[in-house]
Design a protein around this ligand. Sequence first.
Ligand code: ATP
Ligand code: MN
Length: 339
Amino acid sequence: MPRQLASIQRIADIQPIAGADLIALAKVKGWQVVVKKNEYQAGDLTIYCEIDSLLPVREEFEFLRKSSYKSYDNVEGFRLRTIKLRGQLSQGLLLPLSTLQGKMDADALNGLQEGDDVTDILGVVKYEPPISAALSGIIKGEFPGFIPKTDEERVQNLSAQYEGLKEQRFYVTEKLDGASVTYYYRDGGFGVCSRNLELVESHSNSLWLAAYALGLPEKIGSFGNIALQGELVGEKVQGNPYRIQGQKVYFFNAFHIDTQRYFTYDELTALCRELGLLTVPVISDDFALPETIDAMLLYAEGKSMVHGPADREGVVVRSHDRKVSFKAISNNFLLKHEN
Ligand code: ATP
Ligand code: MN
């Protein structure tokens, strides 16, 4: 599912900020956003735009120019990122429903409900930092329809479900900051995909080179029609925060294509051991959810298991059967590294 960047949400709570006369702190789902004082009340229905939204250059968003203007490739817009205002974390943007006037008819506007997606109506797209040619490769086609793309929901969007998940035990892995890669074998053919596309075979593309180095084209077919998904990290990837020589892939998913089923944690671990592949670092394999989403976010902070001095980007939390899976990104990482 594409990410719902802009949606209709109810403000759960508004609190004053000590020493600040003009601004206040709004809570929306598990997110916290700094707003102008008295602009909204708790319980108001508003538009919430998540971090990573790129808002279009239009009159109504010009107030963002100074803080948020970005242009790259052929794209320009106002990018929402994690910031601190008066010492308070602020993520995303609240807009009044009236922003949608003129963009939809009056009946539709009056009928808007909590959870409705307004990303396209507002012209919001996802901010995607440009990546190098060695990583992006040459496009062979769309991402195969028989494999799910790698993706993780953010814990802040799970406020409605969080309480109910506490009965379960989870395993937690370190979320690595690299490039997503999917390798698959299906009916005699081997394929390599980046996050969103399948790539033409190449001896200069990093994702293909890693496949050769791991012997995957020869090896994975012995497991039938499967996909393996991991994160490529190392030189020339995201500034190589882990100071790795060359490049490495840490795997986090295996998927049976014929039965459309993910491997469980135990199956994935066994498969990687057999193929001589690394898995993403396991922080805990018997994890109970912290009391609150905020506490889960604090847990996400820490140092990397791959390279001690580096901050970790965050964690991915999963049930052993892999039916539940979400990420908690370190807010300090976002403040420090996403500029
Ligand atoms: P967003 O969904 O927030 O817009 P995004 O889709 O670009 O961001 P990320 O924030 O990078 O994705 O989070 C999901 C990605 O995390 C997966 O696609 C995967 O490549 C990567 N990843 C890194 N480490 C892990 C891990 N330990 N477990 C699962 N996925 C991981
Ligand atoms: Mn995503």
